[in-house]
Design a binder for this molecule. Structure first.
Ligand SMILES: [Zn+2]
Length: 214
């Protein structure tokens, strides 16, 4: 792996952040499991997988429960000349930085803000905010440690062999719900938390109808 050593103006060395190191290693896991294509929604899922497992590595090392974690990727990488706390926020995508030189964090936090662009391989580092927040919502809804049930559900989805390399957000959402059901049962709080997280970020699960509420 090759990490930037920073320019001293905007960035410090990238190896300062454990979530960034975990992020890069997770790309290797994705490449040799689901093999998500690095473009458009599949590419944003590839990026999101790396943010999820990057942040889990950091939380595990610090033994930090979901409710106490900062949910930031690359916290402390910016020099103090930059108005920002991290590269990305999984808890509140779009709020990690807002700076004269860097501009504002462009991540949307739901499908309402989905960015259609040809830049960044179709927005792989931008729209990843949507599945990132879904994971955060599952983890904080369930409480406890995010590397337990939520991490298992996401890892099972990534490595279980059923996810297409060109999966859309909807297909991935459906696959996480299927993993939750397989691991914890159809009536489990885990299955429920997964489905409601995707609903909050406005990703529709294809072919799944919610029970009428009345
Ligand atoms: Zn990446």
């Amino acid at each position: 792996m090759v990490f930037g050593d920073g320019d001293g103006q905007v960035f410090q060395r990238f190896t300062k952040s454990l979530s960034v190191i975990g992020h890069e290693l997770a790309h290797g896991v994705t490449q040799y499991s689901a093999g998500l294509v690095y473009r458009n929604q599949a590419g944003a899922l590839n990026e999101s997988m790396s943010d999820v497992f990057g942040v889990l590595v950091e939380q595990f090392v610090q033994q930090q429960p979901a409710a106490e974690a900062g949910w930031l990727i690359g916290e402390g990488l910016f020099t103090d000349q930059v108005q920002g706390t991290a590269l990305r926020s999984m808890k509140a995508p779009g709020t990690a930085y807002d700076d004269d030189v860097l501009g504002k964090d462009p991540q949307p936090d739901s499908m309402d803000g989905y960015v259609h662009t040809s830049a960044d391989n179709g927005g792989v580092h931008i729209n990843s905010g949507i599945p990132n927040r879904a994971f955060y919502l599952v983890a904080t809804t369930l409480g406890g440690n995010a590397w337990d049930a939520p991490g298992r559900i996401w890892y099972q989805t990534l490595t279980g062999g059923t996810l297409s390399p060109t999966a859309t957000f909807g297909a991935f959402a459906k696959a996480t719900a299927a993993s939750a059901k397989e691991l914890f049962g159809v009536d489990s709080k885990e299955h429920d938390a997964v489905r409601s997280a995707w609903e909050t970020v406005k990703v529709k699960l294809p072919g799944v109808r919610r029970k009428p509420s009345s």
